[in-house]
Structures are given as structure tokens and as C-alpha cells.
Design a protein around this ligand. Sequence first.
Ligand SMILES: [Zn+2]
Length: 171
Amino acid sequence: MWGCMKHLWAPWRMKYILSDEKPDGCIFCPGENRADDENRLILYVGPMSMVMMNRYPYNSGHLMVLPNKHVQELDQLSDKQITDLTLNVKRTINIMKQVMSPEGFNVGLNIGKAAGAGIEEHLHFHLVPRWSGDVNYITALGEVRVVPEHIRATYQKLRPYFKKFKPNKDK
Ligand SMILES: [Zn+2]
């Protein structure tokens, strides 16, 4: 499975993220302006972590769950922040199951340059829904930089579920 991860989260996507697409600061930091969430494909911002769609998806419905804090490694987060992050991974998978009925998921982190992470990149979990027979998607999508309309459509489908998201409670 890890062999295909390299292909799955290929560094070419970072090329776009690090080029003209980059606004001031980090594109993964939540910022203060919630009015911009839809444009940025942000589905949820909680007290410690957030959920957004990947603009250069491997597959339809490719989401990312990330800490609000700009860190590169898990050990730069407190246990509480890691718990919140992973609970949101779980909850996001549950929403994806309801909305998209995938037959499986690839979930993972790129840590370090050799793994495909950008320098100073903001740590993020990739959540990729999978269906049997979906392997040609990336070829079909190519390296076209335009956000395909279906990403916006998927955003509209997912957004109401995330609006109901309540912050995780301490257990
Ligand atoms: Zn950041």
C-alpha cells in the first residue's frame, strides 16, 4: 500500500501550492476570515483543527484534516491537539461514508521532503475516498490547474454536514 502513496500524493501538486496559488502566508492556516471559507474550500474550522477540500485532488472528494496550528510534525502538537485532529479524521470519514459511499479510503500524512511534503509545509492528513475502478482519475484530470466544477458541487454537498459539527469534547 505504501508504494502507491508516493504516486498518490505526488510532489507535483505542491508545485502549484508553492507557486502563484499561494496568497500571503500559508494556504492551510485557517486565518480569521470565515467569509472566505467557501472560496478556500474550507469545510470546518474548530478550536484546534479544521477540514478542507484538496484543490488538486487525487480523487473526487479528496479532503484534508489539519491542525489549526502551523506545524510540520506531529510532535509539535500537544496530545490534546492530536486527539482533536484524529477525532476529526474519524468524523470526516463518517461524513464521507454518508455522502459519497466510497468502497474504501486512503488516509495518510506526508512528513519530510523525501515523503513529498514541502519545506515548512503545514501538516495535513489526506483522506481520499476510493471506489474500485477509480485508478484512472488522475490521468483524466491531468495537471489542469482549474478547480473543476465538481469540486464545488462536492463542497456544497459536504458543507451542511460540517456545519453541524460540534467541537470535540474532552473525555
Ligand atoms: Zn499554516
